[in-house]
Ligand binder design. Structure first.
Ligand code: CP
Length: 304
C-alpha cells in the first residue's frame, strides 16, 4: 500500500493529481458524498491538533465513510506504556487507512513498517507534514500560481515541519524560495543540502524588509515553543518576526499571506481583513484536499 510519509516522495504529477481532484471535489462535493461509504479511517493523534484531525474527520465523513479515533494519549493504553508499533498494528486491523501525528521525528516512517493499510503522516515532531503541504500548494495555486513564483517562508524554519515539507515540494515547480528567520532558527543544514541537490537556491535572510516587496507569497509560521530544549531560548526569540497591516504596506498589492495555523502573535488581527490574508481559506482547503487524497489512496470506481 501507499504510505505518505514525506513530501519528498511526491512528484509534480502526484501533486497535480491531488490538487486537480481537490478542485473537482471542491466544485461538486455532492458527487462524492457516498463514494467511500463503509470506509473507516483511523485517527491516531499523540499530539494536539485542531485543523488536521478535524479536517481528516470531515473529509472521510463527506466521502460517506467514518472515523475511529484513538482519542488522547491520556485516555488510551499509550498511558499504560503500549508502544507505537503495537498500537498501529492493532488499529491497522480495525480500519482501511490510518492518520498518525506523533511528537517523535521519524515516527510515521517507523509505524508504516508495521501496517498493511495506507498510513498518512499528519506531523512527526520537527520532521514533516506532507498533507499540510498539499493544502498549502492548493492555496498557492489558487492565489498566485505554482510556477514563476517568489515565496518567502518566515519564522521557525528549524522546528517547523510544515516548512520542511513545503520547501521540498516546491522544488517540483519553478519557484524562488526565500527563508527569513533568526540565525538560530534557520532551516536544518541537511534540508538546505537536499534543496541544493534538487537545484533550488536557498536564499536566507534575517529580516523581512529586504525581500518583502518582491514576494508573491509570504508563508508565516509559529515559533514552535514545544520543540525548544530550553525555554529561555524560546523567550529570546518569541515576539520577533511578527507582521501587521502596516508591515504589508511595503508589499505588492497581490501578495498572498499564508500561515498553517494555529497562530499565536505572528500575524496581527488587522491583517485578517486585508486582501492579502489567505490563512483561513488555506485551513478550509484542508477538507477538499484531504478528500482528494483519501479518494486517490483508497481507490474507487475509476481506480485512478
Ligand atoms: N496546521 C496544522 O497542522 O494545525 P493543527 O495542529 O491544528 O492540526
Amino acid at each position: 500500500h501507499d504510505h505518505l510519509i514525506t513530501s519528498k516522495q511526491l512528484s509534480r504529477e502526484d501533486i497535480e493529481a491531488v490538487l486537480d481532484r481537490a478542485a473537482e471535489i471542491d466544485a461538486d462535493p455532492a458527487a462524492v458524498a457516498q463514494r467511500h461509504a463503509g470506509t473507516l479511517l483511523g485517527l491516531l493523534f499523540f499530539e494536539p491538533s485542531t485543523r488536521t484531525k478535524m479536517s481528516f474527520e470531515t473529509a472521510m465523513k463527506r466521502l460517506g465513510g467514518d472515523i475511529v479515533d484513538m482519542g488522547s494519549v491520556e485516555s488510551s493504553s499509550v498511558k499504560k506504556g503500549e508502544s507505537l508499533a503495537d498500537t498501529v498494528r492493532v488499529i491497522d486491523g480495525y480500519t482501511d487507512a490510518l492518520v498518525l501525528r506523533h511528537p517523535r521525528e521519524g515516527a510515521a516512517k517507523m509505524a508504516s513498517e508495521f501496517v498493511d493499510v495506507p498510513l498518512l503522516n499528519a506531523g512527526d515532531g520537527a520532521g514533516h507534514h506532507p498533507t499540510q503541504t498539499l493544502l498549502d500548494l492548493y492555496t498557492i495555486r489558487e492565489n498566485a500560481g505554482l510556477d514563476d513564483l517568489t515565496i518567502g517562508i518566515m519564522g521557525d524554519l528549524k522546528y517547523g515541519r510544515t516548512v520542511h515539507s513545503l520547501a521540498y515540494a516546491l522544488t517540483n515547480f519553478d519557484t524562488q524560495q526565500h527563508f527569513i528567520s533568526p540565525e538560530s532558527l534557520q532551516l536544518p543544514r541537511e534540508v538546505v543540502y537536499d534543496l541544493h541537490l534538487e537545484g533550488t537556491t536557498v536564499r536566507e535572510h534575517e529580516t523581512l524588509d529586504e525581500i518583502l516587496p518582491s514576494l508573491d507569497v509570504l508563508y508565516v509560521t509559529r515559533i514552535q515553543r514545544e520543540r525548544f530544549p530550553d525555554e529561555n531560548e524560546y523567550q529570546q526569540i518569541a515576539g520577533q518576526y511578527q507582521i501587521d497591516a502596516a508591515t504589508l504596506e511595503a508589499a505588492s498589492d497581490d501578495l498572498t499571506v499564508m500561515h498553517p495555523l494555529p497562530r499565536v502573535d505572528e500575524i496581527a488581527a488587522d491583517v485578517d481583513e486585508t486582501t492579502h490574508a489567505a490563512y483561513f481559506e488555506q485551513a478550509h482547503n484542508g477538507v477538499p484536499v484531504r478528500m482528494a487524497l483519501l479518494d486517490l489512496l483508497l481507490g474507487g470506481e475509476t481506480d485512478e
